[in-house]
Design a protein around this ligand. Structure first.
Ligand code: ADP
Ligand code: SF4
Ligand code: MG
Length: 324
């Protein structure tokens, strides 16, 4: 396997939360707890888990859009954590982001042609005279017409707005794109179109994606490798075929049971079900053992006393005392 494009070790993010009460000390929420992963060039690594599990914070800290409290990140051999703000700004063109809600991430008062052009001007990419042509090409690449460049974001559908976000992310020829729930706000039929577009662009430009989703159907469609997160930690990390055929962590197994594939959902008017039952512990006050013990069908005495570490199983990694 080739060297990783993005290599993350021990990534930790703390948020200062203020005091719990007048006489209690300030509280710290550890949203990301020593996360390790490698993203191989040209592949897609999925970060999956319920809302609040730390997916967005992990990805944003890995590309230094959120401040981390510890850990190392290497991008294409460069130690990102040691770069100055100025150096990091120069680096931004290699690392782009697509967000869940294309409406709030696109300036409503700007024409979409200008929105897609903006990163080229900001990061001084290419010859200024050639930028208009580049924007035109980007529109064609994502399946929009050149005459639509003069319109405003509200004149597009949700799926089209996500195409505009993708064109903007591609503008600077990035190597890595963080896709943060890019299809979660779209109808199922439109989701497939946008995922197919992302796959086609990946093949064409050799892009690497760090792909965040709470939806295993979407993850199965687009990811090569998958890291399952629970309360700020990776609990299972393996390739897609292994995860979907032989989940080892009880949490992954429960998630899978509740998540039919995209294809099944499209054909049968599927309704989303509630996923894992039981309450997770407060991230401000985690139990000493396994953080999943309060909801785990397999939990035993040892689970409440001793924290399971992420360990190699030969076919991926799992953090569980009694893997399936
Ligand atoms: N800016 C912030 N300040 C304080 N807490 C935050 C902040 N951002 C996220 N969190 C907390 O960190 C945890 C992880 O959040 P997040 O990364 O957004 O999860 P996910 O993307 O998996 O839904 C949650 O408990 C969330 O409430
Ligand atoms: S360590 Fe125990 S509680 Fe945690 S996931 Fe494994 S079996 Fe369940
Ligand atoms: Mg998120």
């Amino acid at each position: 396997m080739s060297d990783p494009l993005l290599s993350v070790r021990g990534l930790t993010v703390d948020f200062q939360m203020g005091r719990g009460g007048l006489f209690s000390p300030p509280q710290v929420l550890r949203a990301v707890r020593g996360v390790d992963f490698d993203l191989t060039p040209g592949r897609t690594l999925g970060l999956v888990g319920e809302s609040g599990s730390g997916k967005t914070t992990t990805a944003m800290a890995a590309i230094r859009l959120t401040e981390s409290s510890g850990g190392q990140v290497h991008f294409d051999g460069t130690d990102l954590m040691t770069l100055s703000q100025t150096q990091m700004r120069r680096y931004r063109k290699h690392l782009q982001v697509i967000f869940q809600d294309p409406y709030s991430s696109l300036n409503p008062r700007e024409r979409v042609g200008a929105i897609v052009r903006e990163p080229l001007d900001l990061m001084d990419v290419g010859d200024p005279a050639a930028r208009a042509d580049r924007v035109r090409d980007l529109f064609a690449l994502v399946g929009l017409r050149p005459d639509q460049m003069a319109l405003f974001p509200h004149q597009f559908s949700g799926g089209q707005r996500q195409r505009i976000s993708i064109a903007r992310a591609l503008a600077t020829n990035p190597q890595l794109i963080v896709c943060d729930e890019p299809v979660s706000a779209l109808d199922v039929a439109i989701q497939a179109q946008i995922l197919n577009l992302l796959r086609r662009l990946q093949g064409e430009f050799g892009l690497s994606y760090l792909f965040i989703s709470h939806d295993l159907g979407v993850v199965q469609f687009i990811c090569d490798d998958i890291a399952v997160m629970y309360l700020g930690e990776i609990v299972e990390y393996t390739d897609r075929p292994t995860l979907f055929s032989k989940p080892r962590h009880p949490y992954t197994a429960v998630l899978l049971e509740a998540a039919p594939s995209l294809a099944r959902r499209k054909s049968r008017g599927y309704k989303r079900q509630g996923i894992v039952t039981g309450d997770p512990p407060s991230p401000l006050n985690l139990p000493p053992g396994c953080a999943f013990a309060s909801r785990c069908p397999q939990a035993q005495e040892r689970c409440r006393a001793e924290k399971p570490l992420l360990q190699d199983t030969g076919a991926g990694k799992v953090a569980c005392h009694f893997p399936l």
